[in-house]
Design a protein around this ligand. Structure first.
Ligand SMILES: *[C@@H]1O[C@H](CO)[C@@H](O)[C@H](O)[C@H]1NC(C)=O
Ligand SMILES: *[C@@H]1O[C@H](CO)[C@@H](O)[C@H](O)[C@H]1NC(C)=O
Length: 372
């Protein structure tokens, strides 16, 4: 199955006010699928459904060096230009691919964003994140399920540029407010009021189901654990409030026990040495419960990574469970995942802007299947 579905994408470059690299007339995408006899999207069956995964919109962070398109558009104009450019084309690419899939009866269910919405939780960063991703009509109101990453919370704690931890406070407030208001999801936390103010206490993890529009019993249970599953920290942001972010492992165990009827996809932001060996072992043991069926573990953080990380799979209950980079905005790549009826495999499409060409390439990644 080696489709090269090639899509042309015209670029808009958005930059600092002083520098407009390309005219905005070049806004429309045209898609030219290079048909092969095994087209990934065409072989989708009624009942299958698609999801987007990505990481690190991270306003404002430079593009990865290999994203030479981005570098070229922003020569001498720096980080803000690069970040705006990368986010802009990512939204365009996803918007256009969504139209293409919708025309075939497969409107993707939602976008899962695995952390680092901002670089430092600053007001102007969050505002720009919201306007580029939440108010862009190209996405047609598609729901976005965000997680928080180390840049949104961890890195900003007790930092001189965030007085009274206003950065983490802003991101956590935005996070719970957005989930409750727009997605009608209450993440795992409680609020206590004491003399000093409000104390928000919990793992802030959440979960929800996405189901096939034609077969409502064919669903996948998605879990979002934010930074990393065992991250814990108390963040003093008085007078606004105090936030205690607890490890999400206990919550995960309860959530999985309550949701056994559908296969599970686990999301968080960083899967690196901060996630200790002992905590990893607990995490792995929780998701290995025979009552559940985990399809994959998705994370981000590495801006150059997309797809199965270093060919890593965990063998869980006799099945390969891939550990996957979701792709990143600074790298201008992301994953489109098709959840199939038998759930034996998840199929993955990589899409990234090919340097200098104005193309988005979409093609399936090879996944290890079968028993282990
Ligand atoms: C596995 O799931 C069952 C059923 O939900 C639960 O009773 C049990 O405690 C779980 N085991 C572990 C190790 O989490
Ligand atoms: C990030 O991903 C790239 C591409 O897969 C890989 O070469 C690199 O080693 C990764 N970096 C880390 C720190 O894992």
């Amino acid at each position: 199955m080696r489709l090269a579905t090639t899509t042309t994408a015209a670029f808009i470059v958005c930059c600092s006010a002083a520098l407009l690299v390309l005219p905005t007339a070049a806004q429309t995408h045209t898609f030219k699928y290079k048909e092969t006899n095994n087209a990934y999207i065409y072989e989708a069956k009624p009942g299958d459904f698609f999801q987007f995964f990505l990481g690190d919109p991270q306003f404002h962070f430079p593009c990865v060096p290999e994203n030479t398109d981005c570098k070229k558009q922003c020569t001498n104009s720096g980080t803000v230009c690069e970040s705006r450019y990368a986010n802009k084309v990512q939204v365009q690419s996803i918007g256009a691919l969504t139209q293409q899939l919708t025309a075939r009866g497969f409107r993707p269910r939602s976008i899962i964003m695995n952390g680092d919405l901002t670089d430092f939780g600053q007001d102007f960063e969050l505002s720009e994140f919201k306007s580029q991703w939440f108010m862009d009509s190209q996405l047609g109101g598609m729901k976005i399920y965000p997680g928080l990453g180390n840049h949104d919370i961890q890195n900003t704690v007790d930092h001189k540029n965030c007085k009274q931890n206003e950065c983490a406070d802003r991101m956590l407030s935005f996070f719970i407010d957005n989930l409750e208001r727009h997605l009608k999801i209450r993440p795992d936390y409680q609020v206590y009021q004491d003399a000093a103010g409000k104390w928000y206490y919990g793992s802030f993890a959440y979960s929800w189901n996405e189901c096939s529009p034609t077969n409502p019993s064919q669903c996948v249970h998605f879990v979002q654990l934010n930074n990393y599953p065992s991250y814990s920290r108390t963040i003093e942001a008085y007078p606004k409030g105090r936030w205690t972010v607890m490890s999400a492992l206990n919550w995960l165990q309860r959530d999985l026990a309550q949701n056994q009827q559908h296969p599970v996809v686990v999301n968080f932001h960083r899967f690196d040495t901060e996630f200790s060996d002992a905590d990893r072992a607990s995490f792995r043991s929780i998701i290995s419960n025979k009552s559940n069926r985990v399809l994959g573990v998705f994370f981000a953080h590495n801006h150059s990574g997309y797809g199965v990380r270093h060919e890593e799979y965990w063998c869980i209950n006799g099945r390969y469970v891939p550990l996957l980079y979701s792709g990143s905005v600074p790298g201008n790549n992301y994953l489109l995942v098709r959840f199939t009826g038998d759930y034996r495999t998840i199929s993955i499409v990589e899409s990234h802007h090919v340097t200098g060409s104005g193309y988005t390439n979409v093609y399936p990644l090879q996944m290890k299947t079968g028993s282990c």
